[in-house]
Design a protein around this ligand. Structure first.
Ligand SMILES: [Ca+2]
Length: 90
């Protein structure tokens, strides 16, 4: 939010880079001039910086594999894949 008196811009609610990584605001400043007030505009672009705040996870959480008892060392058993909801860029 923008404080209309001080001009300070502050966070109003929780941010999440992985949902939205940029905010563009059109700002209007109005003076108290008489007999008519004047105004000026600016564009404020705010880039959200990513934090590593989400755990990687396996899907499904329980996985099962089979391997014969005579499998040789180095024999392939299963390939596990985890995904990370945190975006890698940013
Ligand atoms: Ca994140």
């Amino acid at each position: 939010m923008i404080d209309p008196d001080s001009g300070k811009v502050s966070v109003l609610r929780e941010l999440d880079f992985d949902r939205r990584n940029k905010y563009t605001l059109e700002v209007i400043g109005v003076d108290a001039g008489t007999p008519r007030s004047l105004s000026g505009t600016a564009t404020l672009v705010i880039d959200i910086l990513n934090k590593n705040d989400k755990k990687p996870h396996f899907s499904p959480a329980t996985q099962r594999a089979h391997v014969t008892e005579d499998a040789l060392p180095g024999a392939h058993v299963i390939k596990l894949v985890a995904s990370d909801p945190d975006s890698t860029s940013g």
